[in-house]
Design a protein around this ligand. Structure first.
Ligand SMILES: [Zn+2]
Ligand SMILES: [Zn+2]
Length: 175
């Protein structure tokens, strides 16, 4: 699979029972297949660590302002879907296959800014609070796909940052 951000050839990695495509030796971005994300339903401890230690080429500069094509589908442009947590973290989502692309720096930002359990919980409240506030306005015209996408997104964050998991907290049943 070709990296949507830098066009490097991505490497498939097994992270516990989930397959992710990682841009090893390129930009270090991570692709989560929509189908694989659905399999995330158990808390995974410290899973994100493997992904943080991915080798990348510091000379590869990605243009975060460009829309990107889905690496899985043919000529589907991904949506820059979500940029909560102080509006610093953005995720590219494919409206067709439900996959997500996360830039390497975005995962690091999450980890570095919220190093403690406490800070992550606080951020999770803020992040998911924002996400659902935004969606409340639109929920009537639904947005069933939106709800499904949010579930996948929630699972992805849970996979990457297990401390974000707050049992019973999400009324929309993200977790
Ligand atoms: Zn890349
Ligand atoms: Zn796609």
């Amino acid at each position: 699979m070709i990296c949507p951000a830098c066009e490097h050839n991505m490497t498939e990695m097994d992270v516990q029972d989930i397959k992710v495509d990682v841009c090893v030796g390129g930009c270090g971005g991570i692709w989560f297949d929509g189908y694989e994300i659905k399999k995330v339903d158990e808390p995974h401890e410290a899973v994100g660590q493997d992904l943080l230690e991915v080798e990348y080429d510091p000379d590869v500069v990605v243009d975060g302002s460009q829309r990107r094509d889905c690496p899985h589908c043919v000529s589907i442009v991904m949506m820059r879907h979500f940029s909560s947590i102080k509006r610093e973290v953005e995720v590219d989502e494919c409206p067709s296959c439900g996959g997500f692309f996360l830039d390497r720096g975005e995962l690091n930002t999450l980890r570095e800014q919220y190093p403690s359990e406490e800070a992550r919980k606080e951020a999770a409240n803020e992040m998911f609070g924002d996400m659902f506030d935004e969606d409340l306005d639109e929920i009537h015209e639904v947005s069933w796909q939106r709800v499904e996408a949010n579930k996948r997104l929630g699972r992805m964050f849970r996979f990457l940052l297990p401390s974000f998991y707050i049992p019973g907290k999400q009324k929309w049943g993200v977790f």
